[in-house]
Design a protein around this ligand. Structure first.
Ligand code: SAM
Ligand code: SF4
Length: 329
């Protein structure tokens, strides 16, 4: 799959559900309206869709959400998609999770061929954790991370840099992660969906975080890439990797290799644009995949050049109305 700007699409992110057991302040309003359950694709339909993308050249699948591990019977899908790893059609099957259910699922995930999971963790302070996630418990997530490591899964921690909230703690989280052999990536807040707070207050440019860290640590440039938008350095003192995802201060679109599928079968060709393609209709119209393949080709031919994220006082509306939890972060 080649888009109009010559980028090969090899990476599909799939939102399993828009629901979540947390209500992170930068991601959701406390009182969210979720999709009616009947609008969700079944796990069999999601399998068929993912497999169509694999047949068309996708080499990496990431399950996300909402919280992917709160979707009922999600492990059935993971287990079934594992066949593409064994056949060699897929290089990687992975997940982005808040970690709340990891203690329960880690051994089974490892058993199906999952090698790495990204866990989102914005603080190591239990009270702050409760304040950021509104509903989450830090202990449960730390237990999940431990269980995942015990099961042999490689972990990457993703932390959203939040001004005045976890700003002073970033160094602590980094050294904690690196001390456990865990890669650590920082993310800037992106203006997606209405939340209860002002995003301008949350936004902390990673250029600022980086120069602060550079005063205390030696950050060696690294050409390590995971195929994603993160740019990495190696921290000489800890020996660990530190990644930066900077959609706002640095445009990461030139090398974009991904598209995103929601749990209702809508394909978003860009995280930061509204244009989308409906794949549910061609999926349901015929049990043959011909229509579906044609719809995927048509969608890829419309992949835009990049996003238009801006966060400042003059732009109080989110750049896109949908929440990250619908499209899958
Ligand atoms: N629930 C899972 C989790 O938290 O990892 C998966 C879905 S979550 C939407 C994926 C990632 O998006 C998380 O790392 C989260 O911190 C991040 N995220 C959510 N809303 C965001 C926003 N407005 N700006 C930047 N990152 C955001
Ligand atoms: Fe849930 Fe993940 Fe959004 Fe937090 S960031 S509310 S854990 S979907």
């Amino acid at each position: 799959m080649l888009d109009p700007f010559g980028r090969t699409i090899t990476y599909l992110r799939v939102s399993m559900t828009d629901r979540c057991d947390f209500r992170c302040v930068y991601c959701m309003a406390e009182d969210m309206t979720f999709l009616p359950k009947r609008d969700l694709l079944t796990l069999e339909e999601l399998d068929r869709l993912c497999s169509a993308f694999v047949a068309k050249g996708v080499r990496k699948l990431r399950l996300t959400g909402g919280e992917p591990l709160v979707r009922r019977d999600v492990m059935k899908l993971v287990r079934s998609l594992g066949r593409h790893l064994r056949s060699g059609a897929l290089d990687e099957l992975t997940l982005t999770t808040n970690g709340s259910q990891l203690a329960r699922f880690a051994p089974e995930l490892a058993d199906t061929g999952v090698k790495r999971v990204n866990v989102s963790l914005d603080t190591l302070d239990p009270d702050r954790f409760a304040a950021i996630t509104r509903w989450g418990k830090l202990d449960q997530v730390l237990g999940g991370i431990q269980a995942a490591q015990d099961a042999g899964l490689k972990i990457k921690i993703n932390t959203v840099a939040l001004r005045a909230i976890n700003e002073a703690e970033i160094e602590t989280i980094m050294t904690w992660a690196h001390g456990r052999g865990i890669d650590f990536t920082l993310i800037e807040t992106m203006p997606m969906g209405d939340i209860d707070q002002d995003r301008t207050d949350q936004y902390l440019p990673l250029s600022v975080v980086r120069s602060r860290l550079a005063q205390r640590f030696t950050l060696d440039e690294s050409d390590y890439r995971t195929g994603g938008p993160a740019r990495y350095v190696t921290v000489r003192e800890t020996g660990g990797r530190l990644g930066f995802i900077t959609p706002l201060t640095h445009n990461f679109c030139e090398s974009c290799n991904r598209v995103r599928l929601t749990c209702t079968g809508t394909l978003y060709m860009c995280l930061g644009q509204d244009d989308a393609a409906d794949l549910r209709a061609p999926l349901r119209e015929s049990s043959d995949d011909g229509l579906l393949h044609a719809a995927i080709d048509e969608a890829i031919s419309r992949k835009p050049k990049g996003h238009d994220f801006i966060i400042d006082r003059r732009h109080q509306k989110p750049a896109v109305a949908r929440h990250m939890s619908l499209t899958g972060g």
